[in-house]
Design a protein around this ligand. Sequence first.
Ligand SMILES: Cc1ncc(COP(=O)(O)O)c(C=O)c1O
Length: 405
Amino acid sequence: MALEWYQNKNSRDNKYKKSKLTEFNSKEMEEVYNFHKSLPNYKATPLVELDNLASYYGVEKLWVKDESKRFGLNAFKVLGGSYAIGKYLSKKLGKDMKELPFPVLISEEIKNKLGAITFVTATDGNHGRGIAWMANKLKQNSVVYMPKGSAKMRFDAIANEGAKVTITDLNYDDAVRLANENAIKNGWVMVQDTAWDGYEELPLWIMQGYSTIINEVIEQLNAAKEEIPTHIFLQAGVGSFAGAVQGYISQLYGDARPVTVICEPHGANCIYQSMKAGDGLPHAVTGDLNTIMAGLACGEPNTISWKILRDNADFSISCDDELAARGMRILSSPLADDKRVISGESGAIGLGLFSILREKNKEYEILMKELNINEHSRILCISTEGDTDKEGYKNIVWNGAYTNK
Ligand SMILES: Cc1ncc(COP(=O)(O)O)c(C=O)c1O
């Protein structure tokens, strides 16, 4: 089964009281954007327009936001970690974020005021790299735990930022618990990109950090005199990223917002399972969380995101690994003069899913009808990472691993 889908009929009605979206108000998101712009070498990541692929698939527009270009870190995740650490420090220092642009935050004066801090997190790779990068810039310490089976290259990228890294023999969610236990035991600051009851302040800041992607997209579309997308494909691990984008666009556009399609791997489809359960509660997926989409191999939904997605996301689709591999290959071999995008497993799933939906119209007839993708559709996919595991990338793109049967 290439995919299983669920249409969330609650997304446009009021079955559930709409979860609070005020956390994603425009004023605060502008503060986030300004903070990111103060980071060294800040540059908006490219919004790649794939015109040939759009006409091949019979839609008006097809954009891919290429997060492999984010601060040279090959993934979007640092947007969340950097802002959350900034917010945490601003609170600790009793100062407003406006007084703490990045150059001030990393100054000797601030370092002396703060003393030594150790930031700790669990990660499949990208989030941990962002935390290690930020701690390094602040001349502070970081400790990072990775789930079993993590790629050596992802380990090295974090260690190279000066973090103390361990690949555990645990799955992602248990690695999070280990990081939290050690944070409590050692007085470290837990900077986790997921929330649970009793731990929601810092993860919310991380989610707010992701809004910069949407602010950039809006500016890029305005500059090109383009209208907003009709459909956005959003990949989910714990759902922080998807929940953040959903929260912000729901807040910005209300009922006129784009249709959202949440994509997950079959092996770790906790948002899909939670939607399908229909009781309004988040449901965990346990076990090894087997998938090539390492960034999405998470079994327990973020409690803040879950409510936002439950109340606002339109579709939840659980996908075969082959769809991610397909997306990687399509983006790596563009049609005519379309630009090439290097997209990793967790980055390419949206495009892979979209491609199969367009090609297998008949097989997914009901879903296609509900999605209402047609020649007037403007599709946005966000490639959230580049080739963060270069061996895996080559194996898929060169050697054809995970080809559809
Ligand atoms: C590349 C990439 N894309 C998407 C995600 C999903 O983010 P979330 O866990 O917030 O759902 C991750 C998470 O680590 C990731 O690394």
